[in-house]
Design a protein around this ligand. Structure first.
Ligand code: PLP
Length: 394
């Protein structure tokens, strides 16, 4: 198996599994219990909180609250921000957010909120002037992702944070789910109030996430119940997952794999773009504006789903756009917002590299892929367009 779908989810790191094991076997207490076993669990939770805080550069561990996933963190941030400012009915977000933000904001539009959907240019970069103009006195929350899940495009969070502070009293929420573990993050130095992350994107298990809340930002609990997480999020703490998230945060901080991942991604991307005439990159050619691990490449006039199927048969796992679109034939909203033509958007494949990939795997992919594309090109109904394209680029 060659797994190049690390933006969908990642393998649990052995170090993470090892750290979790005692909490799946020996230690089973409830961290809210007052006895020794409870205290042991509570200590494990607080150690993990410290690790997460260090990874994201929080000023204090108490700014980190554990949740069940990135979607919960995003939902809580937005709904919570609206609940604390009932007089404000305006939201600013972008056209390329993950469903966890986009679908929620669409739902809020039907409930009396006005949403400004900021666009991107053809390379996926945010329209900063559009954002500046959208900010108003009645804006309750600005919600922007740090890194796009499909293209890896990075948004300038520091600059956006400053703009938000200058022009409104809105809370600033950042969906950092795809960035954590892939980039250094220092929330102390950014004007961010709320920041969502998810364990399974950086080698912790699925089902654990966190929401960073800057000190002084107080949101009502998203889940009503007990007083866990200092009264901020009800529900018995998921200690094994929390310990796993802590271990994954430690691993990401101490064993930085960014350069290796970057080299592998670049090898893959350069070779595909150089060798396959109908391949085009979705995103900025300037790689410093993208995550180090992601390449979104369109193979024009062929179906991404067919590429995926053939790669799957060869034991190579990728995604067409975002995994959430895998059963739909519509182009992804992100590629539509970038004005990628339909015939290219339909042929888009997301390759996302991770710390366990090897150069041999990338070379194997580069051996297999051109044959698949050639086969699909030969079957494509867009014969004339492809001939012209191959004559030009081939
Ligand atoms: N935000 C982004 C940018 C994502 O890529 C994802 C997952 O793909 C999420 C939020 C949702 O995270 P989770 O799967 O943990 O709910």
């Amino acid at each position: 198996m060659i797994y190049l779908d690390n933006n969908a989810t990642t393998r649990i790191a052995p170090e993470v599994a090892e750290a979790m094991l005692p909490y799946l076997t020996k230690f089973f207490g409830n961290p809210s219990s007052a006895h020794a076993l409870g205290r042991e669990m509570k200590q494990a939770v607080e150690n993990a909180r410290q690790e997460v805080a260090e990874l994201i550069g929080a000023a204090d561990a108490s700014e980190v609250v554990f949740t069940s996933c990135g979607s919960e963190s995003d939902n809580w941030a937005i709904n919570g921000a609206l609940a604390t400012q009932p007089e404000k009915k305006h939201i600013v977000t972008t056209q390329v957010e993950h469903e966890a933000v986009r679908n929620l904001c669409q739902q809020l539009e039907t409930q009396g909120y006005e949403v400004s959907w900021i666009g991107v240019n053809s390379e996926g970069e945010l329209d900063m002037e559009g954002l500046r103009q959208a900010l108003r006195d009645d804006t309750a929350i600005v919600s922007v992702m740090l890194a796009n899940n499909e293209t890896g495009v990075l948004f300038p969070i520091s600059e956006i944070g400053q703009l938000v502070r200058e022009r409104t009293n809105a809370l600033f929420h950042v969906d950092g789910v795809q960035a954590v573990g892939k980039l250094p993050i220092d929330l102390k130095s950014w004007q961010v109030d709320l920041f969502a992350l998810s364990g399974h994107k950086f080698h912790a298990p699925q089902g654990i996430g966190a929401l960073y809340m800057r000190r002084g930002v107080d949101l009502p609990s998203f889940i009503v119940g007990g007083k866990q997480e200092d009264g901020r999020r009800a529900g018995t703490s998921a200690v094994p997952g929390i310990v796993g998230l802590g271990a994954a945060s430690r691993l990401a901080r101490l064993e930085d794999d960014h350069d290796t991942v970057l080299d592998l991604r670049n090898l893959l991307e350069d070779s595909i773009l150089n060798e396959i005439p109908n391949a085009r990159l979705n995103g900025p050619a300037d790689r410093s504006k993208r995550l180090p691990n992601t390449s979104n490449i369109s193979f024009e006039y062929v179906e991404g789903q067919n590429i995926l199927t053939h790669l799957d048969e060869a034991g190579i796992y990728v995604s067409t756009g975002s995994a959430c679109h895998s059963s739909s034939h519509e182009s992804s909203p992100t590629l539509r917002a970038m004005n990628v033509p339909y015939t290219a958007a339909q042929g888009s494949v997301r390759f996302s590299v991770g710390r366990y990939n090897t150069e041999a795997e990338i070379r194997e992919t580069l051996t297999v892929l051109p044959g698949i594309i050639k086969k699909l090109v030969d079957m494509s109904p867009y014969e004339n367009e492809l001939k012209a394209l191959y004559a030009k680029r081939g």
